[in-house]
Design a protein around this ligand. Structure first.
Ligand SMILES: C[S@@+](CC[C@H](N)C(=O)[O-])C[C@H]1O[C@@H](n2cnc3c(N)ncnc32)[C@H](O)[C@@H]1O
Length: 236
């Protein structure tokens, strides 16, 4: 390419640092079944672009978006407990996607749709503005080392992206068991425009009942570990 061609070439999009590393993982038979039979029924494609979720679910219902559902335990429990609501789950870890899909088939749930890719791309490309009632981020990877903090999913740009996708009155609910990450979330979210912290004292909310308690959290409780919940409401 000549210098002039280089000057005229469209700027390459900035490399975005990912909040995850793809892990190779062996699949159980159940997870394979989930992917084989569940993806065609519940899977959505990033490449399909912007979605009208009323059409996808064939109804108008309160809508929750969960980033990084892991093995899907909380998402399954929430969806089973609230059949009148719709849920969109996004996870990059394939065995986790298989596990969730297998659970949806076994429990015969129809109020969940699943993306198997980067949730930030899904938010940017597939989710209409002001269309979500809740966005959940439970126990995101804490990226402990200072030089890895840039990989943390919670950043000022994340707060702004999420705000644009929540309805006014919609809530970003985050939970973490790593206190320095909780403090970091609080700092980023308190500085983010257009939100109100639902905690009365401006810090953390008491553990909300609607967040299912996981085995991992129960074990942490026994060991005396803390969990911090943050809820920020879009106000403008
Ligand atoms: C520490 S695990 C927590 C899983 C689950 N929420 C729980 O509470 O058990 C964090 C998960 O987020 C996923 N993840 C991280 N960044 C993601 C992204 N940008 N899009 C989708 N999933 C992501 C990881 O693959 C991982 O499974």
């Amino acid at each position: 390419m000549s210098d002039q061609e280089l000057d005229n070439a469209p700027a390459r999009p900035m490399r975005t640092v990912k909040s995850f590393v793809m892990r190779a993982g062996r699949m159980t038979e159940g997870q394979k079944r989930g992917l084989d039979l569940g993806l065609p029924r519940f899977g959505l494609d990033l490449e399909a672009g912007l979605q009208d979720f009323d059409t996808v679910f064939n109804r108008q219902a309160p809508r929750t978006f969960e980033i990084g559902f892991g093995m899907g335990h909380s998402l399954l429990e929430m969806a089973a407990a609230a059949p009148e609501q719709d849920f969109i789950g996004v996870e990059v870890h394939r065995p986790g996607v298989g596990a969730l899909l297998n659970g949806l088939l076994t429990q015969q749930l129809s109020n969940v749709r699943v993306y198997s890719c980067d949730a930030l791309e899904v938010l940017r490309q597939c989710v209409p503005d002001a269309s979500l009632d809740r966005l959940l981020l439970f126990f995101p990877d804490p990226w402990h080392k200072a030089r890895h903090h840039k990989r943390r999913i919670v950043q000022p740009e994340f707060a702004e992206l999420v705000r644009s996708k929540l309805k006014v009155g919609g809530v970003l609910h985050m939970a973490t068991d790593w206190e320095p990450y909780a403090e970091y979330m609080l700092e980023i979210m308190s500085a983010a425009p257009g939100y109100r912290n639902q905690a009365l004292d401006g810090t953390y909310v008491p553990r909300p009942e609607e967040r299912p308690i996981t085995k991992f959290e129960r074990r942490g409780e026994r060991l005396g570990h803390g969990v911090w919940d943050l809820k920020f409401e879009r106000i403008e």
